[in-house]
Design a protein around this ligand. Structure first.
Ligand code: AMP
Ligand code: TRP
Length: 329
């Protein structure tokens, strides 16, 4: 049997943080040995909100270097930039014509970002269709993503099933999402009721993979907790402490119950201090590798080679879909 095909993507908007790492990238690395993996830097998704062109270019290379710094190996996985493979935009249009405005307006991420304004860019509305095209363009079986993308994956499946029903069951491969148990959703340190995000204004709300030890310490020591002084995993009533336990457990590969036992009777300060060490020690080798890759000439060669490989897979799949629809000659 051939290996399953895996596809996932990260937006090049700001530095990758612990949520991205634990919710998505860690799985990307693990899947490399058992699946046929394609990992994309989704720059066309990034322009759904205005971007400074120079910054965007530099963030694309940052994410590429971080992909490699966390352990993605271009010998094993295809690493490339979305806009280098034109099939994403082409398939996206075909899917757009088979999506409903009703289902798009139910996307919680859209509702949160557009805030009911008529002037929201249409790309923000159709963004989940482009994401579906990314996935379907490669006959993907598995999509490793954070929990926050569940609704988008379900939409992708709905669109694929709808098209298959109309144009033949083997038109598109229907993918499955794969969500990490621990770390599926890492919350903001300053407000554990919101997810950790690249775009939150408060720098102390997140830990980016490239943060210096002093910043890591400050953010963790200031993290919002509660006043009942018991170290127990209870996301509903103790979201702050639960988030710290999740991060601790995921980075040190320790079950949460074991951490609870270890800190039985200890204060929040003790947990935080140890967490600073765990996070700093986990991120240090990533930062070192990033620095050696980011400005090497090899980086763009790897991405160009990845785009050529991705394109070779995408082209026949796009042609198959176009022919089912009767497009072209
Ligand atoms: P993005 O930063 O939106 O490009 O997300 C890249 C990947 O990281 C996606 O698979 C997201 O689901 C995942 N991700 C983003 N934020 C978090 C978070 N706070 N916790 C867990 N996973 C996340
Ligand atoms: N929408 C995803 C996010 O914001 C990023 C993304 C774009 C993606 N295309 C994808 C993830 C395809 C998985 C597969 O996190």
């Amino acid at each position: 049997m051939s290996k399953p095909r895996v596809f996932s993507g990260v937006q090049p908007t700001g530095n990758i943080h612990l949520g991205n790492y634990l919710g998505a990238l860690k799985q990307f690395v693990e899947l490399q040995n058992t699946a046929d993996c394609i990992y994309c830097i989704v720059d066309m998704h990034a322009i759904t909100v205005p971007q400074d062109p120079e910054e965007l270019k530099s963030h694309i290379l940052d994410v590429a270097a971080l992909y490699m710094a966390v352990g993605l190996d271009p010998e094993k996985s295809i690493l490339f930039v979305q806009s280098e493979v034109s099939g994403h935009a082409e398939l996206s249009w075909i899917l757009t014509c088979n999506s409903y405005t009703g289902e798009l307006s139910r996307m919680t991420q859209f509702k949160a970002k557009n805030k009911g304004q008529e002037s929201a860019p249409a790309g923000l509305f159709t963004y989940p269709i482009l994401m579906a095209a990314d996935i379907l363009l490669y006959d993907t079986n598995i999509v490793p993503v954070g929990n926050d993308q569940k609704q988008h994956i379900e939409l992708c499946r709905d669109i694929a099933l709808r098209i298959n029903h109309k144009y033949g069951e083997d038109t598109l491969v229907v993918p499955e999402g794969q969500y990490m148990k621990e770390g599926a959703r890492i919350m903001a340190l300053d407000d554990p009721t919101n997810k950790m995000s690249k775009s939150a204004e408060n720098e102390m709300s997140r830990i980016s993979l490239l943060d210096e030890p002093a910043k890591i310490k400050k953010a963790i020591m200031r993290a919002t907790t509660d006043s009942d002084a018991v170290i127990k995993y209870d996301p509903e009533n103790k979201p702050g402490i639960s988030n710290l336990l999740t991060i601790y457990g995921a980075l040190s590969d320790t079950p949460i119950e074991e951490i609870e036992k270890k800190f039985d009777g200890a204060g929040y300060g003790d947990l935080k201090k140890e967490l600073v060490t765990v996070v700093t020690e986990s991120l240090e080798p990533i930062r070192e590798r990033f620095n050696s890759i980011r400005y090497s000439s090899e980086l763009t060669d790897i991405l160009k080679d990845g785009a050529a490989k991705a394109n070779a897979i995408a082209e026949p799949i796009l042609e198959r879909v176009q022919s089912r629809f009767g497009l072209g000659l």
